[in-house]
Each structure stands twice: as C-alpha cells, then as structure tokens.
Design a protein around this ligand. Structure first.
Ligand code: M6R
Length: 607
C-alpha cells in the first residue's frame, strides 16, 4: 500500500538513492511514482502515473539534483492513478512536499476547512490535505517543527509521512501511525523508508518507528518524539542491527524475485528451524496455548492458509480445536473472546490492517495474543503479548512463497510443543516431530528439483486454460487453497480449491471436457481421492496428479507433476513448491510479471 523513502545526505545527489529505494519498494504499489528534492531553497517535484522504470524516464527524475529528498510509489486509494494524484503533494506555495502511505479518514472535513480558508487543491487524494494543513499551521506557529506537529495531531486514520520544507533544506520530517516506517542510520546519510530493503545496501542499522512517533532526520542527526505526549525517544537505545544482507533483497541472478524466493525456501526453512529450536518466545507461546480455554487463529491471504495448517496440526498433535477466521471478519467476534482465550495472529509483514484490527479486538476483550511474523518489531508483533518470528528474510515478490512454508514450519513446532506441554504426546514423539521438522528444508529442496522441469512444460499447456480446480483432502486442502491463490494472483487464471469430497456438492457442475483439475496426493486419503479422480474423469476433466508416483491414481491421470514422499505432517513442504512453480511459470508463459501482479500490493495497510 504505497512505499515511501527519504534520504538526507551530507553531500552529493540523493536522486539515484531515492530511485534505487523506490525500485526496491515497488512491491508495495506500482501505479504511479514521484520524487521531490530540495535544491538551494527550492522544492522540486517530478511525478507521474505508471511503473517506476517508465516514470523515471518519462518525467526526468534524473534531471533533479539535491542532497535531501523524498520519494513515493503508489497503490491508489483516494483518486485514480494519474499524474496529478501521484505523490509528492505540495501546499499552495510549493515549499512543502509530502509523501504518505495510509488513509487520512477525516480528510474531507479538513479539506472543506482548508478550502474555506483559501487553500487551492489540485488532486483528489487524501494526502494533499497534509501539505495544506502544515502550511496553515505554519502561518500560526512560526516554527515548522511545531506546525508539523500540530498538523499531525489533527490527522485521523493511518499514516507514514515524510515531508520536505524549503526553509529547512537539510531535514526530512516524519510521522507514523498504523503504517510502517523505519529509520536507517548510515554513514554520511540517514534514511527513512516503509521497509528495510529500500536502504539495505547502505545500512543495516535501523530504528523501527512506533505509532505516534514523529521527528526529523538530517544527514547527521535523528530526532524522535511522541507527537501526542511530547516525550523524547532515546534514539541510541532503539537502534538495532539487522541480520539481513543486501543480497537477500536482490534478485541474485534469477529473472524474478518470486523464482528466487521459491528457490530460497530450503535456506529459509533451515534458518527458521534452527532459529526457533531454542526460541524462548516459542516455548512461552506453546505454554499459553496449552493452558488456553479457546484457541483462535487469524490472518489474511497466504498467512490464513498457514493458519489452517495450524488448525490441522493442533488437532492432530494436541487434540485441540482451533477456530480459524479470516482477519477482515474480526467483527464476528465482538463480545465473544474471554480472558482465558488465546488468539494467534499470523502476518508475514506484521502490518496487515485487518489482522491488526483483529488483534486489537481480542485484546480489548482480555484475550492473550501471540503473533507470528517475518518482520521484526512490526506492528502486529509489537501489539501482541508474545512474538515469534520466521527467518525467511525479506520477501519482495508480491505473491508470498517462502514465507508460507516458514510459517508452516513454525506452526508445526508450536503445535508440537503445545502438545508436549499438555501431555498429549510423549518426549519421544516430540523428538520424532523435531527430527521430521529438521528435514523440511531437504524435502522442499527435493520437491523443487523433481518438479520444476515438468512444471515448465505443464505451465505452457495450462496457460491456455481459463479455469481450474485444485482438490485434495485433509492437510492437502490448505495447500490446495494456497496453490489456487498463487495461480489466481499472478497468472490471472481462475483457480478454486476445494476439499475433493466437496466437489460433488456443486463445483463438479462446471466440469466439461478438458477442464483442468489438479489433485494433491496426500497419503492418508489416496483411496477417497481415487474416487474423486474417477468422478472428474467420467465428466471429461483433464486430471493432473501432483505428488509421489501413486500408481492407483496415476493410472487414471492425464498428467503427473512429481513430488517426493513425505511424512504425513510434512506434506506442505513437498506439495506446495510444485504449485508455486506452476503459478510462476504459467504467469511467465502468459507474458506477465509475477513480481508485480495487477491491482495487488504486498502489504495491505487499509481495511
Ligand atoms: O503480510 P501478511 O501475511 O499479513 O499478508 C497477508 C496477505 O495480504 C498476503 O498473504 C497476500 O494474500 C499475498 N498476496 C499472498 O500471495
């Protein structure tokens, strides 16, 4: 949902750094882009609709020069994606430029008030009110710092803001509430960005800003305070050095981030396994679950599918039922949770607004919250009592891949520990789970190696289809749902996942000769799956079997995408990669860029 960046350098031109940062943030939105720099005492702005690569050239970003600047890549909320609505937005005098990620809920009232005071607006965005509001406050306050603070206090909704002012050419002001913003402390330059990869090439020393924090950066200084209370933040005490390396945020020779991230899964799983094997937070979370009255799990998109795996693992291992719900439906649970209940909130970004709202609702009711995220100190972990982290590293492709399997592994370990603490499994059984989980990385590696060649060929055939079903049973159902989401979001082919047994209750009506039906071969349900395969075959479907070579199913299938054998709880690690690769190669066959699917943004910070 929009990416913002700011760079304040001691000397030199920051424009190439801002463009580089925007390219790394493009996964957050890519319908328009813009940049503003202060040169001398003038704020210069260039912006336009389209992908960054195109806008940079078309609007001559590189003609600008200055040592302090801000940039923005947009995912439109208020106002169509066009040149005028692209950020930065300026005040009436053109001396204040603002970039913003989030939604200003009270922008209509503020706009009305400002228009009545004579301010002229040029865009349809909510963001533009911020520039005019600061301008208005500046008339009263005299100091820009106070004008900025007063303006921020009047904003309702979510925001990560970076502001340039011609009167203070070496400073970038910022404020944050409910949208992510990180400060990067470099040598001779300091940074602001929506996400760490934007400046990872230049520094690994970061401060993750918290809600209500505002301040400014120059090339030498970082000042942070709570804008509502005026309390100063101890900046050195908040600096963290992160372990991500710049190569983790680069393509590393792959044509797309998504393919790189699929291939990175063995590494990501190994790091997650070893990182969590002795993790105190995981142990505390397991204890909480073992003692919980009721257990809920919530998330959106891919993370929700991981939540369904958790449901499965908890039932199988700990004998506990888990109520899984889509985060945006959190209002169903108003008045429901109690003090003895536990909510597990899963979010790779840790910033998804729907999930955050669910967390807040459960907390209001006194429930305890555990977060599982891939981003250290992001909003959801910070607002949860216990935070567990996957070690997938930065995921740039908009479609989640490596983060799904690392979530699945973390959730298997969590359920295993909860089962052990509640006495449901023995020490030896737990040791078996740990030993199996330690092999998840190898299973994923083998799944990629054995399936990739076949998938490339199958993708050419599949790219000519308009619809598909992905069916399975048991643990295969969440995997099928994740596969269908991948196919839909990057190849734009309509794919639906169903429990195979459910298909005869309606979905089978769509089957006609040549309709593709993928079956995920989970070992515990082969007999029933065979029945479902026969039903589909009888109606002319083209059956694609995905899994180990099970002769009883392969004899009835038209196509086989191989995957290795796996112990029952580990089938997500062998059956997911072939589906991720299928979505990827299908998108590529159709000429789409899998890293930037249309209409989507990586992190959805609006409701
Ligand atoms: O960062 P989160 O895990 O909270 O994100 C949740 C969804 O927005 C995300 O999984 C989305 O569905 C992706 N496009 C899936 O590929």
């Amino acid at each position: 949902m929009c990416g913002i960046i700011g760079v304040a350098a001691q000397k030199g031109n920051v424009v190439p750094l801002i463009i580089g940062g925007l390219k790394r943030l493009e996964y957050r939105g890519y319908d328009s882009a813009g940049i503003a720099v202060v040169s001398g005492s003038t704020v210069s702005v260039r912006k336009g609709a389209g992908k960054i690569e195109h806008v940079v050239v078309a609007k001559g970003f590189e003609e600008l020069n200055g040592s302090t600047g801000i940039g923005h890549t947009r995912w439109a909320t208020h106002g169509a994606p066009n040149d005028i609505n692209a950020h930065p937005h300026t005040d009436c005098t053109g001396s204040i430029a603002v970039v913003h990620n989030g939604i200003i809920k009270n922008y209509a009232e503020l706009k009305e008030e400002l228009v009545a005071r004579g301010h002229r607006f040029s865009s349809e965005t909510d963001t533009e009110v911020i520039a005019h509001l600061i301008e208005e406050e500046l008339r009263r306050q005299g100091s820009f710092r106070h004008a900025f603070q007063e303006a921020v206090k009047r904003l309702e909704g979510s925001f990560a803001i970076a502001v340039l002012y011609s009167g203070e050419p070496d400073r970038i002001y910022f404020a944050k509430k409910d949208s992510p913003l990180v400060v990067g402390l470099g040598r001779g330059a300091n940074f602001l960005a929506s996400d760490i990869p934007a400046f990872l090439e230049h520094t690994r020393r970061v401060i993750v800003l918290r809600d209500g924090e505002a301040g400014w950066i120059t090339s030498q200084e970082v000042h942070i305070e709570n804008v509502y209370t005026g309390e100063s933040v101890d900046v050195p005490g908040r600096v963290r050095t992160i372990s991500w390396s710049p190569s983790m945020a680069a393509k590393g020779g792959y044509p797309h981030f998504m393919l790189k991230e699929i291939h990175e899964q063995p590494r990501a799983l190994r790091d997650t396994f070893y990182g969590l094997s002795s993790d105190e937070s995981l142990a505390k979370a397991a204890e909480l679950l073992a003692g919980a009255e009721r257990i809920y799990v919530t998330a959106a998109g891919t993370s929700f599918h991981a939540g369904l795996l958790f449901d499965y693992y908890m039932l199988r291992l700990a004998g506990r039922t888990v109520r899984a719900f889509i985060a945006s439906e959190y209002e169903w649970f108003k008045g429901v949770p109690g003090r003895g209940d536990v909510l597990l909130a899963i979010s790779q970004s840790g910033e998804t607004m729907d999930t955050l709202k669910a967390v807040r609702l459960f907390k209001e009711h006194g429930a305890r919250v555990i977060a599982l995220s891939n981003v250290y100190e992001s909003a959801i972990p910070r607002e949860s009592g216990i935070a567990i982290y996957t070690r997938a590293g930065p995921e740039i492709g908009v479609a989640a891949s490596k983060t799904f399997l690392t979530q699945a592994l973390a959730l298997l370990l969590l359920a295993g520990h909860a089962a052990r603490i509640s006495g449901r499994i023995t020490r030896d059984e737990m040791a078996e789970i740990m030993s199996a989980a330690s092999k998840a990385n190898r299973l994923a590696q083998r799944a990629i190696s054995v399936s990739e060649g076949v998938v490339r060929t199958v993708a050419k055939w599949f790219s000519k289809k308009g619809n598909a079903y992905i069916l399975s049973r048991g643990i295969g159902v969440p995997i099928a749902m994740e596969g269908a989401l991948k196919v839909k979001e990057i190849s734009y082919i309509h794919a639906e996942a169903y429990p195979a047994g459910e298909s005869k209750h309606g979905p089978i009506a769509l089957i006609e000769p040549g309709f593709p039906v993928f079956f995920l071969l989970v070992d515990q349900h082969l007999k029933e799956l065979k029945g479902n395969v026969m039903e589909m075959k009888a109606r002319g479907a083209t059956v694609v079997a995905v899994g180990p070579p099970r002769s009883e199913i392969l004899s009835e299938s038209d196509i086989h995408i191989p995957a290795p054998e796996a112990p029952p709880l580990l089938e997500p690690f062998t059956l997911t990669p072939p589906l991720q690769l299928l979505a990827y190669y299908t998108a590529v066959s159709l000429g789409y860029n899998p890293d930037k699917p249309r209409n989507l943004a990586k992190t959805v910070t609006v409701e």
